[in-house]
Ligand binder design. Sequence first.
Ligand code: NAP
Length: 638
Amino acid sequence: MAFSGPLEPIDLDDDVLAEYLREADVPALLLTLVQLTGDLSLLPSGTAGRGWLHQEQGGLSPDRQDAVRARALRVLRDLRDRRFRAPPSAPDPDLLHTASSWVMGRDTTDLMPLLREQVQPPGSDTGAPDWKLDETAARDFRVVIVGAGPSGLLAAHRLSQAGVPFVVYEKNAEVGGTWLENTYPGCRVDVPSHLYTFACATRTDWPEHFCTQEELLGYFRTFATEFGLYEHIRFRSEVTSAQWDEQRREWSLEVTTDQGPVRDRARAVISAVGQLNRPRLPDIPGRDTFTGPAFHSARWDASVDLAGRRVAVIGTGASAFQFVPEIAEAARHLLVFQRTPPWMRPSPDYGKPLSEGALWLFRHVPHYAMWYRFVLAAPGLQGAPWVVDPRYPVSERAVSAENERVRAVLVAAMEAQLSDAPELLPRVIPGYPVGSKRVVRDNGRWFATLKRDDVTLVTEPVTEIDAGGLRTADGARYAADVIVYGTGFQADRFLEPMSVTGRGGADLHKSWNGDARAYLGTTVPGFPNFFCLYGPNTNLVGQGNSILFFSECAVTYVMDALRRLTGPGRPCMEVRQDVHDRYNAWIDEATRERAWGWTSVRTWYVNEHGRSPQNWPFSALEYWQRTRAVDPGDYLME
Ligand code: NAP
């Protein structure tokens, strides 16, 4: 794989060109045409948004699609004949405004700063820091990053661009974080791959719409290689403690490495330890008595051959939803123990390769890759997700009329798939509002798997595990040779097991008391010069955008904070308690008005205190705006 390289010349004859254009994403193609021709009148009235539910070709009529392709053929033929080689460029502001308003179905004046940053041709980097350490008064300024997953790698790249010395400690033997650790069969991203890239490192050769774990791991490895990050990473090195040294105004760290313990010091620490990486095993009596192989989805034991065996899977969350159809092919019999069914979002492209024509368009048509990414990103930029409407008769069925409409579409899709197995329907239609839990991508394989003769869906609660099987609440016993736990993660235990000690010996985990909070997901009162990435309340719910975008926002914010620490002396900054508290009250109030905050269904979105330390309840735009730069008034600066 490679990051987007230079465009290749258009070299096809008319027939092949016309054939490849049939593979185009038409809204993206139309925006490309508008930019190539400067003709804004090409945009028809109405919009071509996709919305949260899949809308084929942005809802453009077949005639309109044909007209766009025909015009594109003429324009591309002309570019070919003129041997056009100008590099792609960002759209001018008028075009960007008109085009984005058309895609998003509303005036986008308020979004323009964000769009100017995000709608850029492949290869550009609008997020690079605009300062360099050697232009500042800082002396001995050095940063430690904990974790070389996606967020840690981006932070490392930005520090490197700013010329800040840093080291990354990574407990694993390779970069990639979650994309290294999750190797279960069928593991792939459930956000479109073109969106699941950093804006500074887009890829135009993703082979599939939603790429596999191997591809994603390859992407992050390439990111580390291309930006020279490997030399800064100490692998098999786990930071076990970080302690604020008030006198020296720096952090003192203990690191366990395969060469023995190491101590280090840094003026600032960036925690990029991820959130979904400590497996949660269920507290089912007898779990340890099972004598066969048993493992968690994130610790997949590839040495266990499932062929010809009775395999029990506990859980039907996003992970199980991906591996169950895969292992059903091998197992003699598969038992799927479901406690709460997931909502499934029809996604016909999920699991499909991008066609030859589509791949060709990304590599040869100026501006197309940029507009394609924008068309994917647009629905997720605006609007708070799954808002409870107080004027609606809210129930565990739906929290608003829109939520009910989405529910109806999802139920209809389920009914259509189960017309030959209607007895499954009452067991698989969720009894909670869409958006209360992670919605999974449905390409038809889940129900096809549940309908197999060698697969049994069990919806009675598992009450006991014994040496050779599982027992359920109705007294039934299911023999099993292997148990796979698709039971999720200890997501609410942010930054564990690392010990973090701040001012006055304050222990971060004790102060959180199982209910993590931070300001903008990044800073905590009493812990100066300590920054979190993918911290509390920065998880993305709507799935219309990418968590990597949130990482970009948080890294921009942290880089601005670091810039403020590069003054003379040894400055430190600590978020003000009142600012932090007011912010968290604002988050909590909004959460109560979101589906996952309102529902009584159990999810990893809500912790044992009944509060969500996970999700960002507002739009992506809101997070972007709040993380553009540090407001010095929010911090105690010394
Ligand atoms: P999860 O969503 O927390 O699902 C855990 C599953 O285990 C749930 O179905 C849960 O049931 C069930 N469970 C837990 N304890 C149980 C018990 N004692 N008896 C029966 N069932 C039990 O975990 P996950 O599937 O690993 O996904 C976690 C998150 O990781 C996702 O929400 C997503 O953010 C991320 N993820 C992303 C991707 C991707 O992008 N491709 C893939 C996988 C995961 P209840 O629902 O009743 O609690």
